[in-house]
Ligand binder design. Sequence first.
Ligand code: SF4
Ligand code: SF4
Length: 344
Amino acid sequence: MECYSLLRTDVPDLIDHLGAYGEIVAPHSKGDVSYSFEVVQDSNKVVLDYDRTLLPLKKMFLPPQEKLMDFSLKSLSYTPIKLHIKPRVFFAIHSYEMQSILRLDHSMLSGQAESNYLRRRKKSRFIGISFKPDEFHFSESVGIPIEEMEGFDLYLNEVDGDYQLYVLTKNGHSLIEGFEKIKTAEPEIAEDRKFNKKIRFHYNRLPQVFQYAYHSEIWAEVASRCVGCGSCTLTCPTCFCFDVKDEVTVTAESGMRQRSWDSCMLSTFAEIAGGENFREKTINRTRHRLYRKFKYITDEEGLPWCVGCGRCTAFCPAEISLPDILNDLINEDEKAQHHHQVMA
Ligand code: SF4
Ligand code: SF4
């Protein structure tokens, strides 16, 4: 693996150099306290030190709202929307965010691939960056260290305020070809980055905890605080549920079909014709959300479908913490195990 040193002050020049490949998308400040992935207009405005963006990178591959087709009810025909997708470089991406894209690949491309997602995903290049975990990140507990480089073409590791640039793929090599402000270096490890938030069990034990947690009283306690706003799922990088709606013009001659993000935490999500609702109560929705992250898909794929970004906790108005729920379930599981041993 090639490793180079890069001065922090030369990063804007690197971004400009990458622009030869295509559009650059990178974190930008939004107001005083928030960050957002945006198309770069000025490389000096890219933020290198950020905790997390409000919306995940998913929005670039699966937009919050997307028109899919126009249709005519007169001629009973439809015209799919043509996408014009440029090659894109996603710059300064944290490891948990990259892992969320790899999980979305599985969700959107297994079986019949979702064609718009696939087209956006092709020709994408990813450049990772290290970060300092805050009180909400817990990605290490779900198997994703800060320096996890899977999926990246290049990776910027901060050491003493400047960067080490790792070249991880052939595409990464092509991206930096001709960029002269880097020097060959020996890889170094930064020691000052630790996770504050942890899950007490290794993540591969969580499906077993969930196997016995369905009737836990913890769900009711969490549900009693939840206001059902849906922020936790709408900001989650691995949630992919959407709704599809047709809008017909007043003349009833034509219309358009639109897809938009949906949330299993919203009370209407599981509502069907006749007013029936499969998950009418908040407790059912709360439990379902966590089982989707740590049991249902995990049983099939062997990985948690949570990447530990901390968004669902950081942006929850009721301060409901996902790792705290997990640790409470683990404590309860341990007590139950102890009880069984004493009684045996
Ligand atoms: S963000 Fe918090 S309050 Fe809103 S639905 Fe999720 S858990 Fe409930
Ligand atoms: S469940 Fe929460 S911590 Fe896990 S990936 Fe989704 S938003 Fe991030």
